[in-house]
Design a protein around this ligand. Structure first.
Ligand code: UP5
Ligand code: MG
Length: 190
């Protein structure tokens, strides 16, 4: 029920590291709700809402959307969902995102997963995705990788220092990677 505090897992990793793919498997296997911050932002763009154009301009450049916007979208989804086991895919991107989430939502994640994938593998996957994403071109991919190194790695290091990080080497097939994800969730007690 809604009175129960949600169990929140942040799923992090560079662009194309397989966050979305593995989150779908986790959601299906372990009954989590899958909230992708990037998907929520892309829905805002296609809904033609007042922030849509600004969000589009930011995503096209591989930059980070203001915390307040992303957090409000995530909050709405958490409130709408009956599910108290939540995967937040691709957020927080910056320490500023992280601190804003902690203060607005008032909770810290119970678990943080980091899909660690070599850059050349991520680039290869993104360039062959072919789903018409506005940011899947080599110029924007380079920018996304830079922003990941500069702003997201510090978040990952923070959770590592807090003992919350599960780092998973994200090479091999999707199934091979999920074999490493699986025990992380079977060992949880809700
Ligand atoms: N694929 C997956 N696993 C594979 C494997 N093991 N072997 C071979 N291929 C594999 O996978 C990417 C592609 O690789 C797919 O084609 C897949 O089939 C294949 P996917 O699972 O989609 O990887 P993912 O890590 O989810 O990649 P994504 O491109 O979604 O990551 P990003 O972090 O770049 O994108 P996101 O949607 O999270 O964010 C997009 C933009 O939104 C950001 O750049 C930013 O501008 C903005 N944003 C914010 O501003 N704030 C936020 O909080 C979130 C996003
Ligand atoms: Mg994704």
């Amino acid at each position: 029920s809604k009175q129960v505090r949600p169990f929140i897992t942040f799923v992090l990793g560079g662009p194309g590291s397989g966050k979305g793919t593995q989150c779908a498997k986790i959601a299906e296997t372990f009954g989590f709700a899958h909230l992708s911050a990037g998907e929520l932002l892309r829905k805002e763009i296609s809904s033609g809402c007042e922030n849509g154009e600004m969000i589009l301009d930011i995503i096209k450049e591989g930059n980070i959307v203001p915390s307040e916007i992303t957090i409000n979208l995530i909050r709405r989804e958490i409130e709408l969902s009956e599910n108290r086991k939540i995967l937040v895919d691709g957020f927080p991107r910056t320490n500023e995102n992280r601190i804003a989430f902690e203060s607005i939502i008032g909770v810290e994640p119970d678990l943080v997963i980091f899909f660690d994938c070599p850059e050349e593998e991520m680039v290869k996957r993104l360039l062959s995705r072919n789903q018409g994403r506005i940011d899947d071109n080599i110029e924007t991919i380079k920018k996304r990788l830079e922003v990941f190194d500069k702003l997201n790695l510090p978040v990952i290091n923070y959770y590592s220092s807090k003992g919350k990080l599960q780092k998973i080497k994200a090479v091999g097939t999707m199934e091979e990677i999920f074999e490493k994800v699986y025990p992380v969730f079977t060992s949880l007690r809700f």
